[in-house]
Design a protein around this ligand. Structure first.
Ligand code: XIL
Length: 314
């Protein structure tokens, strides 16, 4: 039977999974990872703490391992992420920077990392999680020191370093329309009008059954398409309060089906990536105590109802 990737390809889309370096020694895990998906995102390996652990000292070990594995499986890579407030190395967060110092640090980081992966990745999540829930700019090291212009600068530097990579802004809780999603809409419009190299908006889609389904997702994707942008679902998972019951898993399956159908319904929604594929390696239990069972394969790597629902949607 065809894989999720094979089914997605019939629609001209991809179906991807995140992965992380420690899991790659699990051969039952890598068998499915290599077979079922055609796009891979490194869950941590390309973040700042991993790639520039000391100022000016770059380490590509983790990112390269994933790029090489993807290449050997003939998968593309959504690279993640260049500018974020989280998982930064201590040297960056433990001192004060002037604007001109920090601008130089950011430019060098982006230029060096994007150059290293030039020609090897499909896209970059250039800026991750730039806005608060109310649509104001998140108060990060970048925003505080450089002001909102850091976003356009980051996109321009990334574009110069790899003119063929598709450049994205990426965030969570923007699946439904609302203040946060509207902030991206306005920013994207402004950036396009100013000729800034922005290619797409990534909707993380870390969903939770207890918060309700984002029913405006399809319309929301469509309005970004109309700006001339690609969209993608970049980190999908659907968590629930544990224990998982048959009823909750059935509800979860309909959510996986519906988010996938929403993407397929919108021209320029280029693909769907789940934030790893098995509950064995999901980030959810560590970060949301009491929650989990968020992915389409269970902890024993057995497909759940969500997996069948994905196949039906595709
Ligand atoms: C998560 C990783 O999966 C975890 O292993 C890590 O401990 C924390 O970060 N939004 C993002 C991702 O953009 O980078 C995050 O990944 C999940 C939330």
């Amino acid at each position: 039977q065809p894989t999720l990737a094979g089914l997605a390809e019939r629609h001209g889309r991809y179906f991807g999974s995140a992965t992380d370096n420690p899991e790659l020694s699990d051969s039952a895990y890598t068998r499915v990872l290599g077979g079922e998906f055609d796009m891979i995102t490194p869950g941590n390996g390309m973040k700042w703490y991993a790639t520039e652990p000391q100022q000016g000292v770059f380490d590509w070990t983790a990112g390269d391992q994933i790029v090489d594995l993807a290449r050997s499986n003939r998968q593309r890579v959504r690279a993640h992420t260049l500018v974020w407030h989280s998982q930064l190395p201590d040297w960056l967060t433990s001192r004060q920077w002037t604007a001109s110092e920090l601008r130089a640090v950011l430019k060098k980081h982006i230029t060096t990392e994007v150059r290293h992966y030039r020609g090897k990745v499909y896209s970059w999540d250039v800026v991750n999680e730039a806005f608060n829930e109310d649509g104001s700019y998140r108060d990060t090291l970048w925003y505080r020191t450089l002001g909102p212009g850091y976003i356009a600068d980051a996109l321009r530097w990334a574009h110069r370093a790899d003119p063929h990579a598709r450049l994205y802004l990426n965030d969570y809780n923007i699946e439904a329309t609302g203040p946060k999603s509207d902030a991206y809409y306005r920013l994207a419009k402004d950036l396009k009008a100013a000729g800034v190299p922005l290619d797409g908006i990534g909707f993380q889609a870390h969903l939770a059954l207890q918060y309700g389904y984002p029913t405006t997702l399809e319309d929301n994707l469509r309005r970004f398409s109309r700006l001339g942008l690609d969209t993608a679902l970049t980190e999908v998972d659907v968590r629930m309060q544990l224990p998982a019951t048959a009823e909750k898993l059935a509800e979860q399956a309909t959510w996986y089906r519906d988010v996938t159908a929403a993407c397929l319904a919108v021209r320029r929604c280029v693909g769907v990536t789940i934030w790893d594929y098995t509950d064995k390696y999901s980030w959810i239990p560590a970060v949301f105590p009491g929650e989990g069972a968020a992915l389409p394969w269970d902890e024993e790597l057995r497909p759940k109802p969500a997996y069948q629902a994905l196949r039906e949607a595709l």
